[in-house]
Design a protein around this ligand. Structure first.
Ligand code: HEC
Ligand code: HEC
Length: 246
């Protein structure tokens, strides 16, 4: 009997040991110690020090393209974010955070887990950064879109512009992400998760600000962000996969 129990135990445990699956998502019981915004450590700091070679990262990006699409556009329904043109610093940080279990992403975890080489991580990030931002993407769709966007603009310019800038450019060396060209539904999901304390790698100053927004306000502000466009970084009409430089 005891042996049978041991056997059952080993069998139950074996797959977990072999596969070392994603860190379990933490949806409740999250404490202050579970948050970590941007500690400079591990492969993140290593990859940030290296010069990423965009050309060399193209091949490594192929596997990512299965979900994020070959041109980095993601999906308009927001399931997969648009990545093209994102700052390499932000990309490196997000990948490292997903691997470290600070940002729950069980879908992508098996792929993020493979990208352990700091130079490869820097290359793939440089490649994604070099892609132009697709103009056509998921927007707020409703008869009241104009009013929602106007409400969102007023809020954005009051409290968000300081970090994410006027056209959603973000700030590369401060890890503030590009928001222009991002899908409406993805933006809404991220902001809801950041507000509700589910994204533990969020910037603490932003968390303080976003805490007071209700669901309706998050809808308007997401509608506005999705309407932003960054001059010089957007794809030219008819050339969705063109590089923005080089
Ligand atoms: C199986 C599908 C899948 C694959 C393959 C995948 N991802 Fe993702 N990725 C996702 C999903 C889903 C999210 C958004 C999760 C969420 O809502 O938080 C995401 C989010 C991200 C983010 C965060 C974006 C942001 O704006 O913060 C980055 C960066 C990213 N992926 C990069 C990559 C890279 C690089 C690869 C290839 C090594 C890759 N992904 C492969 C599904 C995938
Ligand atoms: C103090 C600077 C700061 C302010 C102010 C700020 N943010 Fe952010 N925001 C950040 C940083 C940094 C991140 C990335 C967090 C991370 O590393 O995971 C972020 C992430 C986001 C994301 C997720 C992007 C993605 O690709 O996943 C959205 C959406 C966003 N911010 C919207 C807003 C809005 C709307 C406001 C105003 C209500 C705002 N932010 C105010 C710094 C800021």
């Amino acid at each position: 009997m005891k042996n049978l129990l041991t056997l059952a135990f080993v069998l139950a445990l074996a797959p977990a040991l072999c596969l070392a699956g994603p860190p379990a998502p933490k949806q409740s019981g999250i404490e202050a110690k579970d948050y970590k915004w941007n500690a400079q450590e591990g492969e993140k700091i290593e990859a940030l020090k290296l010069k990423g070679i965009a050309k060399a990262g193209k091949e490594g990006y192929e596997v990512c393209g299965a979900c994020h699409l070959p041109n980095g556009a993601g999906r308009p329904d927001g399931t997969f974010p648009q990545l093209a043109g994102q700052h390499s610093t932000v990309l490196i940080k997000q990948m490292a955070d997903i691997r470290a279990g600070l940002r729950d992403n069980p879908t992508m975890y098996p792929f993020a887990k493979e990208l352990t080489d700091a130079q490869e991580l820097a290359n793939v990030s440089a490649y994604i950064e070099s892609l132009c931002i697709p103009v056509v993407h998921g927007m707020y769709e409703g008869p009241d879109a104009a009013a929602q966007i106007a409400d969102g603009k007023a809020m954005y310019e009051k409290e968000c512009v300081e970090c994410h800038l006027k056209n959603g450019e973000g700030v590369k060396d401060k890890f503030y992400p590009v928001l222009a060209g991002q899908h409406y539904k993805y933006l809404l999901r991220q902001m809801t998760e950041i507000r509700d304390g589910k994204r533990r790698n969020a910037n603490p100053d932003m968390v303080t600000i976003i805490k007071k927004y209700n669901d309706k306000q998050l809808v308007s502000i997401s509608a506005y962000q999705a309407s932003l466009s960054m001059p010089g970084s957007m794809c030219k009409a008819g050339k969705p996969a063109a590089k923005k430089k080089g």
